[in-house]
Design a protein. Structure first.
Length: 719
């Protein structure tokens, strides 16, 4: 029986019609219908209206599913009638709403069998199998000029899968009636090839670990009681309170043979940390240890820690060839669930509790360390067999004081792992949890890690990959220029400075912008330190005027990343610059903003703008705040459009003395355009509440200035 297949083709696009008819020639499994698109000046809206029209007006009640095609679809060499039938049957078994023949981009995917991947977000609607139970949802959905079909489907359901290998890609005509970005010749082929490479890597990882049988039985109590693991705790500080805190973590846990290792001093912290690791590895080799634990002094055991489960995981990971097993991480690249509680990861950063197996000892000692990367980056690069336990058994205590009660830990949930764990249980293990999955995939404000770029794969005889290259090895290292405006923040500047100088990313400069302070704040900023600059004007121009002065007079480059940190605030941990650099490299964005924690431990007000909201940016409450960053070339374009900086000034020609983030960011957001903006939902910024905050001094004036700024003429999008 032929499958009802609706091909959307604009009558004037005769080249596309000729192409698509050739694609389906002699394929009797399809009942082809050429459909003219519903007219609309916005291509994405026209596409959606046409899909809605097909499902509402053209389908038969007898059809359990239909195929909707765009006229740039082309079959791959992996397409066969049988492959399509098998994929549809699998999708029906998994209660799918949508089955995709192939996609050009994705964010987060889990392989559920040898034919299908579940995908969380995707782009690519050139070949869709839509199942009957989903028709009405599409028909009833609201859709306007700010939407697109791919992301609308992702918002309507979590039950979408793609075939593997792809049976469909898009032909590159050099232009697109729907997606303007695809007008660049060759772009379509590149992004499809990159995506297929990523899926192939995830597939190879799954195949590799399936062959690694786990043959041990759960340890009995007698064996558990006799196991002790050498545990090396690196203590970088002389703070007795921190020493006592880490010792307390291991108190009563006989499975750990704890040794406190003082850090090897070096002016660069990342080099010091690598020397510490090498020192510990040499000790482990001398002791003939098969496995050790490398621990930082900021480690905390999570409520999920169990001695039995932890030791079982160590043995199981070893039998699957692991070289590194992390107890928890701040971030990761790609991940593949190996069991419900253990994931393979291609990269990681921010782990304070690592199990290292002897198979990696010599690799660590042989690796040259030049100080341009972090220790985590190098460990990721030299090992392809890296895993993480989830839920995390180790959390990082953030030693930044954020309230009157002293130092407290700030926890950053990795919802991607939670989602993938649920997908694994839902589809791979046959447990139905679709409603819970939908709820998770619609969460905002908790996905912390940008997807890594396409890695290069190199096979060799001992392991399945020499390395799935760590993203840092491929990511361009941008110069980060941090501007720190301040006025009379003597009580807070030291914490601000410390949070900057402890960053493990090395390619940055700091410009401290003094707005005529009279409390001697400047004396607390380090002198004669490379990369630290101080600016002090003769009269007050407030934060905005100081930032403008610095941006116009400094010799910054177009691709430099400008970052703004207020002098009374601070960064939450030492990986912030690494995160920002990776965001810009991986997502190719031009401007970013993020989420923050206040010193009352409350999450900030920042949220991502939808495309619909962005279209009316100046009529909404501003929420593109901490941590603010942008490419310098955006500011150069701002100068071209507003050479007198009138957008930064009130009716008297003076720089606004409040709401500077609104004045600074709004024009830059408009110049960049919606597609070039990134919202980092993982809090990396500590916002201090005190009596000198603008809102505390005069909230009415702050609100009035924000309204005045937003009422100014919008800027023209350039990028």
């Amino acid at each position: 029986m032929s499958i009802p297949t609706y091909i959307i083709n604009l009558p004037s696009r005769t080249d596309r019609k000729e192409h698509i008819l050739k694609e389906f020639a002699d394929r009797n499994e399809f009942e082809i219908n050429i459909i003219a698109p519903c007219p609309h000046e916005v291509g994405a809206v026209s596409l959606w209206y046409t899909i809605r029209h097909i499902l509402k007006d053209l389908t038969s009640v007898m059809d359990n599913f239909v195929i909707i095609c765009e006229d740039d679809h082309q079959f791959t060499v992996d397409y066969t009638h049988q492959a399509l039938n098998d994929a549809i049957e699998e999708a029906q078994r998994l209660d799918a709403d949508i089955l995709l023949g192939g996609i050009s981009w994705f964010e987060n995917a889990v392989q559920v069998n040898d034919k299908l991947f579940w995908v969380q977000l995707f782009s690519g609607t050139q070949f869709m199998v839509i199942f009957k139970k989903f028709y009405q949802t599409i028909i009833d959905a609201e859709f306007d000029e700010t939407d697109n079909a791919d992301f609308k489907i992702c918002a309507l359901t979590a039950s979408h899968f793609t075939t593997f290998p792809f049976i469909s890609t898009q032909r590159d005509f050099g232009y697109s009636d729907v997606t303007t970005k695809n007008n660049e010749k060759g772009r379509i082929d590149t992004i499809f090839n990159n995506t297929m490479t990523n899926f192939s890597i995830l597939n190879e990882v799954g195949i590799f670990y399936e062959k690694k049988a786990i043959y041990f039985e759960t340890l009995d109590q007698e064996n558990i009681d006799n196991i002790t693991i050498p545990t090396y705790v690196i203590c970088a500080s002389q703070n007795n309170g921190k020493h006592a805190a880490i010792e307390k973590q291991f108190e009563g846990r006989s499975e750990f043979d704890v040794k406190i290792i003082p850090t090897i001093p070096h002016e660069r912290k990342n080099i010091s940390h690598w020397k510490d690791i090498c020192n510990i590895i040499e000790i482990a080799i001398d002791n003939e240890d098969d496995v050790i634990i490398l621990c930082q002094e900021d480690h905390l055991f999570s409520p999920h820690y169990s001695k039995q489960v932890f030791l079982d995981q160590i043995i199981a990971a070893h039998q699957q060839g692991a070289e590194i097993l992390a107890g928890g991480v701040d971030g990761f690249g790609r991940c593949v669930p190996l069991t419900a509680n253990r994931f393979w990861i291609n990269s990681f950063f921010g782990s304070q509790f690592l199990v290292l197996y002897s198979s990696i000892f010599e690799k660590i000692l042989a690796e040259p360390f030049y100080g341009t990367l972090t220790a985590d980056a190098v460990l990721s690069e030299i090992s392809s067999n890296k895993m993480v336990i989830y839920p995390f058994i180790s959390l990082q205590k953030k030693w930044t004081t954020i309230n009157d009660q002293g130092s407290v830990p700030l926890l950053y949930p990795l919802t991607i792992l939670e989602i993938n764990q649920l997908v694994y249980l839902t589809y791979s293990k046959g447990k139905h949890a679709a409603n819970q999955l939908m709820k998770l995939t619609q969460k905002t404000g908790s996905l912390i890690t940008p997807i890594s770029p396409v890695p290069e794969v190199s096979f060799f005889e001992n392991t399945f990959f020499k390395s799935i290259i760590h993203p840092t090895n491929k990511i361009t290292e941008s110069k980060i220029r941090v501007l720190i405006p301040y006025h009379n923040v003597k009580d807070y500047i030291t914490e601000c400075v410390d949070s900057l100088l402890k960053q493990k990313y090395c390619n940055f400069t700091l410009s401290f912008l003094d707005d005529c302070s009279d409390d001697d704040t400047m004396s607390l900023i380090p002198e004669n330190v490379p990369g630290i600059f101080k600016q002090s004007l003769q009269e007050r121009t407030y934060a905005l005027g100081n930032i403008y002065q610095c941006l116009t007079q400094s010799q910054f480059q177009d691709e430099d990343i400008i970052m703004i940190l207020d002098g009374d605030d601070f960064l939450l941990h030492d990986q912030v610059f690494n995160i920002i650099n990776e965001i810009y490299a991986v997502h190719n964005c031009l401007i970013s903003f993020g989420q923050y924690y206040s010193t009352t431990q409350k999450i900030g007000h920042c949220q991502f703008y939808t495309k619909e909201e962005f279209a009316k940016l100046r009529s909404l409450r501003f929420r593109a705040s901490h941590l603010k960053a942008f490419r310098y070339k955006l500011f150069k374009e701002f100068q071209r459009q507003d050479p007198e900086a009138n957008s930064y000034k009130n009716d008297s020609g003076q720089f606004y003395n409040m709401s500077y983030d609104v004045a600074l960011m709004t024009p830059l957001l408009e110049i960049a355009g919606f597609e070039n903006i990134y919202f980092n939902s993982n809090p990396v910024y500590g916002y201090r509440l005190h009596e000198k905050n603008d809102a505390h001094i005069n909230m009415a004036m702050q609100s009035a200035q924000e309204i005045d700024i937003l009422n100014k003429p919008p800027f023209k999008r350039i990028f």
